[in-house]
Design a protein around this ligand. Structure first.
Ligand SMILES: [Zn+2]
Length: 537
């Protein structure tokens, strides 16, 4: 007999045959029946809760295979430049002043999601403008890409940045014509100050719990966390999952936003490897950053940027360094991966994986490529040959697509090439990279199907996929990318009851409106963890 039964639905099972059926039964935390109404109804007893879906879609819970829960959560504690009320630098300064007024002196005042190309003035603020916010609080404005920030004078002072401070390796302290730092810090220089401005454990816990609530409301039942503040991040997440404060299941990458190789070193030395943990919290791959951001733009390309003939982007490592770090992680049993956006970075990662496998062959390694931005056809071929799992980000096109066309030209036809992956038989898993893009999986599915930017520009039309293929990116394929497809990622008997109910039958909606679909209910482990206010079914 079942605890809960869903009937009269459009049940998208995402099984091998993409079967669409009517009803599902859940007992405890498992799915115990899937099929036609008549069959499943036989499991109704007097204690069974029967939910009539009235034709709406029931899907496996969404899996976001790459986001940064701690970053998103801590962003919620700061000023959001994505807020529509912030259209100019003046608006930003007013919002920051407000935040400073409620922050004890000496503590950091932060803003995130800043985009110089979208603000009225079309530029970064200067340290002097941020000094107007406060001279008694360090102030840090972080760009949407997470690779550049602007600091006020007090923040620069805390970081020890003076006129004669040399640029850190892999980063730049932007200076004016007199050699005085303007406050803008790029790549490693940004990463360093970002680490200085770190949050307390208590702030972090509050942050991840708030983030998890938002994810659950969007139907996300599992996330692959792509890293934050090193070991602290891991500890906080682990405890928050254990306490029940975080409901989403977590596959936690061994990755720190700054100097990830040190964190990987510690993990290797401690003896842990990928897969340790349980269905709620598990250790994921070892991950480093090879290049920069697609919107910065700072990705490492083989050909110069369309917008700048001199620019080939930035790299954090040489091929030898990369082979050394990830090669050892592979040897010690880790799934390995790296942030690789540009074709030059992707090529380096594939070289590294190839070499590691030559030296220490391993079946079913599922080594990954985070983002897999500019993935030209030769790279797609190598991904298939090596059995690598790319983790593309369809929602990037929505927010950053116009910039991609300007910076990369024709190459947008090969960016996050979901169709090429599917046609080549590659299993790719979808991800938001939140807070870089919105976490809503239905936005990701929408963009994978439509390939259009927010301003309606088509970005690589040849890579459009159909709705069922797009749903698979955010469900079964995500489970595969974490070695968990045997017990989640589809609606099949014996699998975990992680489910999401939408407010309509998704396959019957105009594809231009997929992103507007709402989640009505989210179920994790058989328990209803979210129910929309609008509809109590
Ligand atoms: Zn990321």
């Amino acid at each position: 007999m079942a605890d809960t039964i869903f009937i009269n639905g459009q049940v998208l099972t995402v099984n091998k045959h993409d079967t669409i059926t009517e009803a599902v039964a859940v007992e405890g935390n498992k799915i115990v029946a899937v099929g036609r109404n008549e069959e499943v109804k036989q499991l109704i007893s007097e204690n069974t809760k029967v939910i009539d879906l009235k034709g709406k879609s029931l899907l496996p819970g969404f899996i976001d295979s790459h986001l940064h829960i701690t970053m998103y959560g801590t962003n919620k504690l700061a000023v959001s430049c994505k807020d529509p009320s912030i259209g100019s630098l003046d608006d930003l300064i007013i919002a920051l002043k407000d935040k400073a007024a409620n922050t004890p002196k000496g503590q950091w005042v932060r803003a995130w999601g800043f985009n110089n190309t979208k603000i009225a003035e079309g530029r970064y603020p200067t340290r002097y403008e941020l000094d107007q916010v406060s001279t008694e609080h360090p102030v840090l404005v972080i760009r949407a890409c997470g690779h550049i920030s602007v600091a006020n004078s007090m923040a620069l002072e805390i970081e020890g940045i003076e006129n004669d401070t040399p640029d850190p390796e892999g980063g730049e302290i932007i200076r004016d014509e007199n050699g005085v730092p303007t406050g803008v810090l790029v790549e490693q220089a940004h990463m360093n100050i970002f680490e200085t401005a770190q949050f307390s454990q208590e702030e972090l816990t509050k942050a991840v719990e708030a983030a998890s609530r938002d994810f659950v409301e969007a139907g996300i039942t599992s996330i692959h966390d792509a890293g934050g503040y090193g070991p602290d991040n891991l500890r906080v997440l682990q405890q928050a999952v254990k306490s029940g404060g975080v409901k989403t299941r977590i596959y936690a990458m061994i990755c720190s936003l700054n100097q990830s190789e040190e964190f990987i070193r510690k993990a290797i030395d401690s003896g842990i490897t990928t897969g340790l943990g349980d269905e709620k919290f598990r250790i994921g791959p070892a991950k480093v950053f090879i290049d920069g951001s697609s919107s910065g733009p700072t990705v490492a390309t083989r050909q110069p940027y369309t917008s700048d003939e001199e620019n080939y982007g930035i790299l954090y490592y040489t091929q030898e360094e990369l082979n050394q770090i990830l090669g050892e992680a592979h040897e010690k049993g880790f799934q390995i991966t790296a942030h690789a956006q540009g074709d030059r970075a992707i090529e380096m990662l594939l070289n590294c994986i190839e070499k590691a496998l030559e030296k220490n062959p391993r079946q079913d390694h599922r080594h990954r490529i985070e983002h897999s931005g500019i993935t030209m056809p030769d790279l797609v071929t190598r991904i298939k040959k090596l059995g690598v799992v790319p983790i593309p980000n369809p929602p990037f096109f929505y927010e950053y697509g116009d910039g991609y066309i300007k910076n990369y030209g024709e190459r947008v036809n090969h960016m996050y090439p979901v169709k090429d992956f599917i046609e080549s038989g590659i299993i790719a898993a979808g991800a938001s990279d939140n807070p870089v893009a919105h976490y809503n999986p239905l936005l990701g599915i929408h963009v994978a199907v439509n390939r259009k930017s927010q301003t309606e520009q088509v970005v690589g039309i040849g890579q459009k996929v159909d709705i069922l293929e797009a749903i698979r990116l955010y469900t079964w394929n995500g489970a595969y990318a974490s070695f968990e497809e045997k017990f989640k990622g589809s609606i099949e008997i014996g699998k975990l009851a992680d489910l999401v109910v939408l407010d309509c039958p998704i396959t019957e909606v105009d594809v231009e409106k997929i992103k507007d679909i709402k989640v009505e209910m989210t179920i994790i482990d058989g328990e209803i963890v979210y129910e929309s206010e609008a509809v109590h079914i």
